[in-house]
Design a protein around this ligand. Structure first.
Ligand SMILES: Cc1cc2nc3c(=O)[nH]c(=O)nc-3n(C[C@H](O)[C@H](O)[C@H](O)COP(=O)(O)OP(=O)(O)OC[C@H]3O[C@@H](n4cnc5c(N)ncnc54)[C@H](O)[C@@H]3O)c2cc1C
Length: 316
């Protein structure tokens, strides 16, 4: 019998879950479509500039996640955001470093994009882009939920109707990140700047954050969910023309280069009651921030909750 557990997605939910499973002796393989690790804990390099382009920082409100963060801090993997007054954690040297660290010692297959998942008597068959089909005994999906449901749909896997209705109702806000390289130093506050109205939601200078020493200023701009929904398909120059005039007074130096990153699935719009889904009869689990809550901590707790539920079944 195939005992391998396939985990789709090397974001924080998938990696923490895979670590828990491996620690108790399970055979676990993580399949990740991109070259990078950490999912939306993302860092992007543009020439000499380095940007945290997805999650900017994370907080640890629960005892369980705070315990993990304390361990990572003791090892120097995370640190408080320099200059920030509240307790905001960042990974060192940049956000994707946490994904890299959590992937250490795991069998993570990068550039393995799962296209469809099918269930038969022997377990799961995964169709992977440009690779041979692959089999596993159990399957865990941790991509943004609409993408996970699309994989099940493509493979003709039917979930219980009520559950399917609940999951299909969980939607995400889009986001657009404009990554700005400035000609000189910025006047963006070291701890970043949040806006409650207007097209822009957040700006932060990655040079002051300590991750982009090679340029005078590398500023991440995140637009609001409403602006992103309205202008999602606009081009880089169109977006720059719409967004930059409103924030120029905060930047302090002229913009030299603009790079756009689109996030179709940025943050979930709601948090459901259950932190994960485990269907032992199918050998199928679902985890991620759409279930655990719309932040890094929610995604982490979702992965850990699923590991607990899968263990409960093994122990029963
Ligand atoms: C712009 C932006 C700003 C944010 N700001 C913050 C913040 O400041 N603080 C905070 O706490 N949170 C923030 N978040 C949210 C936070 O990043 C997420 O909640 C968290 O990282 C989600 O983790 P996850 O493991 O659930 O999903 P992900 O990180 O999305 O991981 C899923 C992984 O699955 C992979 N995948 C998808 N489909 C497939 C497939 N078919 N085959 C193989 N692999 C696949 C993806 O490539 C990805 O690596 C932000 C997110 C964005 C986008």
């Amino acid at each position: 019998m195939n005992e391998t557990i396939a985990v789709v997605g090397a974001g924080i939910a998938g990696l923490l879950l895979a670590r828990e499973l491996k620690a108790r002796g399970e055979d676990v393989v993580v399949l990740e479509k991109s070259r990078g690790l950490g999912g939306r804990l993302a860092t992007k390099r543009v020439e000499a500039a380095v940007f945290d382009s997805g999650a900017q920082y994370f907080t640890a409100k629960s005892e369980r996640f705070a315990g993990l963060v304390a361990e990572w801090a003791a090892r120097g993997v995370v640190a408080p955001w320099p200059g920030a007054s509240a307790h905001r954690w960042i990974a060192k040297p940049s956000m994707n470093a946490l994904g890299k660290c959590l992937a250490e010692g795991l069998d993570v297959r990068r550039e393995s994009k799962v296209l469809k998942v099918q269930r038969d008597e022997g377990g799961w068959e995964l169709t992977i882009e440009n690779q041979k089909a692959w089999r596993a005994g159990s399957l865990v999906l941790t991509a943004p939920l609409p993408q996970s449901l699309a994989l099940l749909l493509a493979g003709g896997v039917a979930l219980p109707q009520a559950l399917m209705g609940e999951l299909a109702a969980l939607t995400y806000h889009p986001c657009l990140a404009l990554l700005l390289t400035l000609e000189g130093p910025s006047t963006v506050p070291a701890e970043g700047l949040a806006f409650s109205t207007g097209p822009v939601r957040w700006i932060a200078d990655n040079t002051q954050k300590g991750i982009s020493p090679g340029v005078a200023a590398a500023v991440t701009v995140h637009v609001s969910p409403a602006f992103a929904a309205e202008h999602f398909t606009k081009t880089e120059p169109e977006l720059a023309a719409l967004v930059l005039p409103g924030i120029e007074s905060h930047l302090g130096s002229p913009v030299m280069k603009v790079t756009l990153q689109r996030w179709k699935f940025s943050e979930p719009t709601t948090t459901p009651a259950q932190p994960c889904v485990w269907l032992p009869d199918l050998g199928l689990g679902l985890a991620g921030d759409a279930l655990g809550g719309p932040r890094v901590e929610g995604a982490a707790l979702s992965g850990l909750a699923l590991a607990d539920q899968m263990k409960a079944k093994v122990d029963a």
